[in-house]
Design a protein around this ligand. Structure first.
Ligand code: GTP
Length: 423
């Protein structure tokens, strides 16, 4: 049998996802009508012989319980567990720390997935290639454009043997256009390899500690000085590549990171388009017949959309939202309990929980075109070329135009704003 681990991080991570992560943890933020992490879980549930999915993070235990109970009902062939790190252990530290629990039942292969990505997740193909080549692990890579390769973990791949020859995290000079996607599969023997990495680190660490103490620079409370902290990319994958124990699998479907709040909009579009093409989930509900729906649109059954509204493409409308007559929305996420009044326009935006947009109001961002995740946000009126984000409970008055701005929760906007971060 096989198992999977999803790294969900903790409250101190995902800072670029603010202000949306002030309301709920980033893994539970909805894109394509479902929490980000649901898409990982759905793909994993279709992997052959996959029996258990373990979430590892440093959020409090109760945070994921309601979500995991729902998943248990929806994906009954898999069991779910949340394991909490006592402190931030890095992208491989928690995985190594909980190895006894992960190895329970002796899984042959163990998937590891990051949360902050959206992807077509060709996991069965990944597993098939991994088993064919029989190396200790396989990293899923995607081709990125040469100019942005330095933003990613880059892998030099021998395309014939599928061997990952080198792994370099965010290289300063160009080494490869094959970027790590945050999706991996390992043989259960990985923990022996990691144990050796840990031993080596421990001796280096002790050496450094002695030196730092001699200069009075050693800080016991500093997280980066935690001996149990382990980074998957720099500490483990790099060593695996050097030992010729790592394969690479090329993902030819879609992939992008979900790091900033702005990147949730293109991720939403990708998942909606995927669902639209596969008729996988019911997107626009019949109770909203009459409204002009264009392209891939998700409308929660409890939302009310006026028959004269124009919705789509790439729009998610969540629970209890009310959309008035003549409203136009595209490329946006409208979260629970939002009320958008007559003839308002919402383009390239995220409208937070409980927001109100008045009649003839306009909330408009720019299209996110870059495949990477550089969103130009500034504090002081300089270029803010991104989508528009309204935090929770923001009221935009009638006829007010909010453009390319980020608004923190609980604000009332009575005048136009352009390129601002409104605190
Ligand atoms: P950046 O580009 O610098 O953000 O690095 P990255 O792409 O490697 O991402 P990062 O290391 O920040 O996180 C990758 C995934 O691991 C995300 O889903 C995080 O939530 C998760 N993660 C990061 N650090 C930890 C950690 O200490 N513990 C756990 N459990 N998860 C983590």
């Amino acid at each position: 049998m096989n198992k999977a681990v999803i790294l969900v991080g903790g409250p101190s991570r995902a800072t670029r996802f603010r202000p949306l992560s002030m309301h709920l943890p980033q893994p539970l933020f909805p894109v394509g009508g479902q929490p980000i992490i649901w898409h990982q879980i759905k793909a994993l549930s279709a992997v052959k012989d996959l029996r258990e999915i373990i979430l590892i993070g440093f959020f409090e235990d109760f945070i994921f319980q309601p979500f995991l109970s729902k998943c248990q009902d929806e994906f009954p062939s898999v069991t779910f567990k949340y394991l909490r790190e006592y402190s931030q252990l890095g992208t491989a530290g928690g995985f190594f720390h909980f190895r006894d629990q992960i190895l329970r039942g002796s899984p042959k292969n163990i998937f590891m997935l990051y949360t902050d990505i959206c992807c077509s997740f060709p996991l069965n193909e990944l597993l098939a290639q991994h088993e064919r080549h029989g190396r200790l692990g396989t990293i899923m890579v995607t081709k990125v454009d040469r100019a942005s390769a330095h933003l990613y973990g880059c892998v030099v791949v021998d395309h014939e043997t599928k061997l990952a020859e080198h792994y370099v995290e965010k290289p300063e000079t160009y080494v490869s256009d094959m970027a790590s996607t945050g999706v991996f599969v390992f043989d259960q023997e990985i923990f022996h390899f990691m144990a050796r990495v840990m031993e080596k680190r421990a001796s280096e660490f002790e050496h450094e500690r002695v030196q730092e103490s001699a200069y009075g620079r050693y800080d016991d409370g500093d997280d980066s000085q935690n001996i149990n902290r382990l980074r998957l990319e720099q500490d483990v994958l790099r060593a695996m590549a050097a030992d010729k124990k790592l394969s690479a699998f090329l993902c030819t479907g879609f992939w992008r990171q979900i790091k900033s709040a702005a990147s949730a909009v293109p991720a939403n579009a990708l998942y909606l388009q995927q669902a639209h093409e596969s008729s996988d989930i019911i997107l626009a509900e019949s109770s909203n017949e009459g409204a002009e729906i264009k392209g891939a649109v998700y409308i929660h059954p409890s939302a009310q959309v006026h028959p004269t509204a124009h919705i789509g493409p790439n729009v998610s409308i969540h629970a209890r939202v009310v959309i008035g007559p003549g409203v136009r929305i595209n490329d946006s996420i409208i979260l629970d309990n939002v009320h958008i009044k007559d003839n308002a326009v919402v383009l390239h935006a995220i409208v937070g929980w409980d927001c109100r947009i008045g009649k003839w109001g306009r909330v408009e961002g720019s299209k996110v075109t870059k495949a990477n995740d550089i969103d130009e946000v500034t504090q002081s009126g300089v270029k803010l070329n991104s989508i528009c984000i309204l935090g929770e409970d923001v009221h935009v008055k009638d006829e007010v135009f909010i453009r390319n701005s980020i608004v923190l929760p609980h604000k009332e906007l009575a005048g136009n704003k352009h390129n601002e971060v409104i605190m």
